[in-house]
Design a protein around this ligand. Structure first.
Ligand code: ADP
Ligand code: ADP
Ligand code: ZN
Length: 214
């Protein structure tokens, strides 16, 4: 099964993708994670993406389409993947259609996470991630059971993204409304779109998603 999680920054795509990975045996493909790894490695892709990401804009379609095209050829995703943060423009969605066709793969469902803008600022500025295992946290909405200790792996290595500040989030939200929101219509026309309420508690969002996927 191949699915897309669609929603603005802070909607909960990464949080839910990790849960669906575990429940359904699918592989999360986050273009944001891939781009951050490229920036950290100082690769050519990373050098091209760095400044745009820091400003909260979108990196070029060509670059992310290339990354995804290569990634979905790899062995570990042949039983299914969850696209998290891709596609983000109509051009990316069109390129994905072409890629999937060429590779004889199907898109099963696109889950749109509906959330309001204002609470997203708080979600993003309070976000942290375990640098050791990748588990996501929030200062208020998802604290570790023991302060300073990752629930999953026990590490004390909570990291924050440089672009998770209020100013950049506002730019990212503008980019979402202008360039990504049109994908709701795009996938609506295919009959593959399912919309869920992303404002409820994390567990309830997971339940709604698993219901769609079962
Ligand atoms: P969030 O989950 O908070 O929306 P991501 O980790 O998905 O953030 O993305 C971080 C940044 O990486 C984006 O603001 C953008 O600059 C870049 N990026 C990620 N995916 C894409 C994409 N599909 N197209 C263009 N830029 C992207
Ligand atoms: P995205 O990948 O869409 O940018 P994340 O999954 O990283 O979003 O979630 C952003 C922040 O909001 C994280 O700190 C996460 O713990 C928190 N969060 C995610 N879903 C919810 C929810 N349903 N209610 C409250 N906080 C949430
Ligand atoms: Zn951890």
């Amino acid at each position: 099964m191949n699915i897309i999680l669609l929603g603005p920054p802070g909607a909960g795509k990464g949080t839910q993708a990790k849960r669906i990975e575990e429940a359904k045996g699918l592989v999360q493909l986050s273009t944001g994670d891939m781009l951050r790894a490229a920036v950290a490695a100082g690769s050519e892709v990373g050098m091209k993406a760095k400044e745009v990401m820091a400003a909260g804009g979108l990196v070029s379609d060509e670059l992310v389409i290339g990354i995804i095209s290569d990634r979905i050829d790899e062995d570990d995703v042949q039983d299914g993947f969850i696209l998290d943060g891709f596609p983000r423009t109509v051009a990316q969605a069109e390129a994905l259609d072409v890629l999937l066709k060429e590779k004889s793969k199907n898109l099963d469902v696109v889950i749109e996470m509906q959330v309001e803008d204002d609470p997203l600022i708080k979600r993003i500025t309070g976000r942290s991630t375990c640098g050791s295992c990748g588990e996501g946290y929030h200062d208020e909405f998802k604290k570790p059971a023991v302060e300073g200790k990752c629930d999953k792996c026990g590490a004390n290595d909570f990291q924050r993204r440089a672009d998770d500040n209020e100013e950049t989030v506002r730019s990212r939200l503008v980019a979402y409304h202008e360039q990504t929101a049109p994908l709701v219509d795009y996938y609506g026309k295919t009959g593959k779109l399912k919309s869920i309420d992303g404002m409820v508690a994390i567990d309830d969002v997971t339940a709604a998603m698993l219901d769609i996927l079962s």
